[in-house]
Design a protein around this ligand. Sequence first.
Ligand code: SF4
Length: 147
Amino acid sequence: MTTPFWEEKKLSEMTDEQWESLCDGCGKCCLHKYIDDETEVLYFTKIACNMLDKKTGSCKDYVNRLNLDEGCTSLLRSQLTNLHWLPETCSYRLIDQGMSLPRWHPLLTGSKKAMHEAHASVCSMDIVYLIEVQEWEDHIIGETDLP
Ligand code: SF4
């Protein structure tokens, strides 16, 4: 049996196609985060980018996303030493930490269906859109210390 690429390669060794396919499309990285400057704690929130489609977990305009939202960022290989800001279930973070992909990952199941059924995407989260938010602190769902 052939070893899948994500088990034999480091992120930095993957082809562009492999790198892209590793994303499960969960949409959780489209939820806003912020850093408390005094405590240096990074807070994860359920505040979604206004361009996030909650039904699919995808950006409503993925091709133009970097121009449409100034806070949007593209996940680059150059960021590989700094993945603490990604959700704990993010495939890039898991592989970077030497962990396995979850059983519902589209690379293992062939589609996003199992991921949605496992409630592992934003589709099953009680998100709010940035445009609706007044107090970010009301929407915190996790935190971590900066490395
Ligand atoms: S959190 Fe990670 S796996 Fe999920 S959509 Fe974002 S980059 Fe892809």
